[in-house]
Design a protein around this ligand. Structure first.
Ligand code: PBG
Length: 323
């Protein structure tokens, strides 16, 4: 008898065979495309640290929203970059704020595109923190009032899903109660449940001008060393009423995605963050990596680890390759 009997290479010999036994696949339906919105008209500025990504004004956003929907991508997540910032981030919960207007415009022009909004005040605060600052500390419970108002005004503008990314304790319950009381019991919450204090958000902070003006985010975002704590965060968010739970970043945290998958039957989202995107872009530009292959391999890995949904700046490029 020839050795070995088990030859795993048998099923790897031809494309057809490989396709037949492929365990994981990526579909456009799994993707959510993040977009940055600025004030003005006809503005479309490339973000230096995120080649191929733009800050655009609402008139151009609605054009692009049509293209995105046409590509088969079901959803976008919107980040507002306001002209006006203050201590409480009040332009973030103004019914006529940048995101609120952007949501109305997209829902008016491309009603079937699912619009997710990021609920967090850091892009709107002068100090750049995700919470109200008192005596140099980020205070939890007062921040919840801002988050409630922000989520409510997003829902009133027509947001299909609100996504709190601040990491304050109790925010999911606070937002759920607020939405229910305001007549939005059917608006789902996608909670950034396990959000780590990561260096991989740096290009985003450059894009959104939201770097903290003092200190860092370690008193509210999670310690990258902690896996059990991530499951506690996820459990709490589910208890408080989350409909989808998110792990962020994605590729350096595949073990957390896999642990979340084993832990809950809720849909799991993973955010392939700005730094993950920009690393691949930079390496490809230097000819050190094949951009398309690196993109598809990382998205597939995130899916294989257990994510149902992936927020990714590669959404449009990936869908074009899937065709
Ligand atoms: C907070 C928020 C951030 C990101 C998404 N929501 C920034 C942060 O926590 O500093 C980062 C996304 C990315 O890096 O792509 N509003």
């Amino acid at each position: 008898m020839a050795f070995p009997i088990q030859r795993l290479r048998r099923l790897r010999q031809r494309d057809g065979l490989r396709r037949m036994v492929r365990e994981t696949s990526l579909s456009p339906s799994n993707l959510i495309y993040p977009m940055f919105i600025v004030e003005g008209q006809g503005r479309r500025e490339e973000i230096a640290s995120m080649p191929g990504q733009f800050r655009c004004s609402i008139d151009l956003l609605i054009k692009e929203a049509g293209e995105i929907f046409g590509l088969g991508i079901p959803a976008v997540i919107l980040f507002g970059i306001p002209d006006r910032k203050d201590e409480r981030g009040s332009s973030g919960f103004d019914p006529d704020g940048i995101v609120q207007r952007a949501v109305r415009a997209v829902k008016d022009k491309v009603p079937d595109l699912i619009v997710v909004t990021d609920v967090c005040i850091d892009e709107y605060t002068s100090h750049g923190h995700c919470g109200i600052v008192k005596d140099g500390r980020i205070v939890n419970d007062e921040t919840l009032d801002c988050l409630r108002a922000m989520a409510r005004t997003h829902a009133q503008a027509g947001a299909d899903i609100v996504a709190p990314s601040d990491m304050m304790d109790g925010r999911v319950a606070a937002i759920r109660t607020e939405l229910d009381a305001a007549g939005f019991p059917d608006t789902p919450i996608m909670a950034y449940a396990a959000k780590f204090a990561s260096c991989f958000y740096a290009p985003f902070r450059d894009a959104a001008a939201s770097s903290p003006q003092f200190g860092d985010r370690q008193s509210y975002q999670m310690d990258p060393a902690n896996r059990r704590e991530a499951l506690r965060e996820i459990a709490l968010d589910i208890e408080e009423g989350a409909d989808i739970v998110m792990v962020k970043p994605a590729l350096p945290y595949l073990d957390i995605i896999a642990a979340a998958r084993a832990f809950t039957d809720l849909p799991i989202a993973a955010y392939q963050v700005s730094g993950e995107y920009s690393m691949i872009k930079a390496a490809a530009k230097a000819d050190w990596l094949d951009e398309r292959r690196a993109m598809m391999e990382s998205l597939l890995a995130i899916k294989r680890a257990g994510a149902d949904l992936i927020l990714t700046y590669f959404a449009k490029d990936a869908v074009r390759l899937l065709d």
